[in-house]
Design a protein around this ligand. Structure first.
Ligand code: SF4
Length: 218
């Protein structure tokens, strides 16, 4: 399969795709982006993760912030908020440290754990990138939720990995077709940063229009 890095998708897009496929397409295919309060708050939290101490050593742990990662198998790329390297004889050899370390991604999120798998898939995507880059296996990662200041441990099971693979494949297909889909609108549209360009009410109206047109044609 052709592996052109120009076609790599942003890992951060997984959360948009899980929230609404149309939102993802508007941002990542049509390159539309309007910040609302939530995205600004979200970036503030990320700024904390992006603080100037890019690399910090604490006892048996090395903490690296804002690490760029990519996966050639999934054709995705992004930046990990935090990657922890924990001293462990079963880990990977780090030349600079002259020791073995286990690799563990930590994703920072505003708010609290969600009903869907968006955050888990995003963290799993980072883990797959790190596995390929460090030639290792990562069994778990963490998601830190800002609202509750709580760190959730996530095991990277086969189910999660399969769900990630399927999601990313679907995203690539939509991206190749440059398709911005029409979707079902709902309560979630109220918190969407792209309401003003998506015009969800118009989406509903056009469905009614096409429904009437279909009925007339029958
Ligand atoms: S307004 Fe609703 S349908 Fe439109 S992009 Fe946002 S969430 Fe999706």
């Amino acid at each position: 399969m052709e592996n052109n890095e120009d076609n790599y998708l942003m890992i951060s897009g997984i959360q948009h795709y899980e929230f609404c496929k149309r939102q993802w397409a508007l941002i990542h295919i049509e390159q539309q982006w309007f910040e609302n309060v939530k995205t600004v708050e979200g970036s503030n939290l990320h700024n904390k993760a992006d603080n100037p101490h890019i690399r910090e050593k604490r006892n048996d742990k090395i903490i690296v912030r804002s690490m760029a990662v990519k996966s050639t198998s999934l054709e995705i790329t992004g930046v990990c908020d935090v990657v922890e390297f924990i001293q462990n004889s079963n880990g990977v050899w780090l030349d600079k440290e002259e020791d073995y370390y286990q690799v563990c991604p930590v994703e920072y999120k505003r708010g609290r754990p969600k009903q869907d798998h968006a955050d888990i898939l995003q963290m799993a995507a980072q883990a797959v990138c790190l596995e390929e880059m460090f030639l290792t296996t990562i069994e778990k990662g963490y998601i830190f939720y800002g609202e509750k200041k709580e760190r959730l441990e996530v095991l990277l099971s086969d189910d999660i990995r399969n769900e990630l693979r399927k999601t990313v494949q679907d995203m690539h297909q939509m991206y190749k077709k440059r398709l911005t889909p029409k979707v079902k609108t709902g309560k979630h549209c109220k918190s969407c940063s792209l309401q003003s360009i998506c015009l969800p009410d118009m989406l509903n109206k056009s469905s009614v229009k096409s429904y009437i047109e279909r009925k007339i044609a029958e």
